[in-house]
Design a protein around this ligand. Sequence first.
Ligand code: AKB
Length: 316
Amino acid sequence: MERILVTGALGLVGSELIIELQKKYGKENVIALDISPQPPTFEGVSVVGNVCDWELLKTIVDRYQVSQIYHLASLLSAGSEKNPDRAWNVNVGGLKNVLDLARDKNLRVFWPSSIAVFGNTTPKKDVPQHSSFEPVTIYGVTKVTGEMLGQYYYHRYGVDFRSLRFPGLNGTKAKPGDGTTEYAIHIFYGLVREKRYTCFLKPDTRLPMMYMDDAVRGTMMLMDAPVENISVRTSYNFSAVSFTPAELVQEIRKISPDFEIIYQPDKRQLIADSWPETIDDSIARNDWHWKESYDLEKMVVALYEGVKERVANEQK
Ligand code: AKB
């Protein structure tokens, strides 16, 4: 029986992935690790702690006989710029701890990379798997480093390291963080609370995006794929839809015609401008049959319903 450790369990991805992993492996076989405690409503095994704490990670792996780690704990792009040293320690130091444990205990590892590995020298459209990596953010630097480290541990020690370059992920089980693509979730809180939103990106900023259900499904597909199907040991290009804030607003107005938007681009615009508009993920589609199921229209309805429910629960 697999025993799964999920780090960053309270994050945007972790909070949704845990539910699917619990369904598949049983609640007793999924260990949720986060720097903050789970809410009292959480059903399952949880541990509070920091991924930079090697002894803690080792104790968890030994105690629960962990066989796979989904290592999600990470600072995001805009948050990392506020504290680059912390971003390096958490994003790279945490991953190094996980990889060392994976080497010593023969664990399979999932780790999310990001479209933030790309930079101003990367083509804007249909970025191929092997492209130019000159990120402008410390977050992107940690993601490039992580990809190289993962591939190194695969070749040098045989660690079964698997990874996806996540686009902007949009889900509602956790509060959105301080990423650059997260405007696409914050906008729904604006819609539900006051029917208006001030957007920190320009209306024509096209970015690759994905609905969280697709991201969780894709992550589990990659982790379940036969080892001989995995041809990429840095991180797979992984994509679903691409849209601009203006296109998102157009879709939202189908639900709420009087929704108001104000554009006030700030320094996050520079980050967004350095990222590609669309990604070529044909290797993921060929290797382990990746295919998204949410387009923009379906995603907008799901996000609206999800945020409406969250806001209603907050008000209870
Ligand atoms: C961010 O905007 O920082 C993240 C990402 C694209 O990795 N959502």
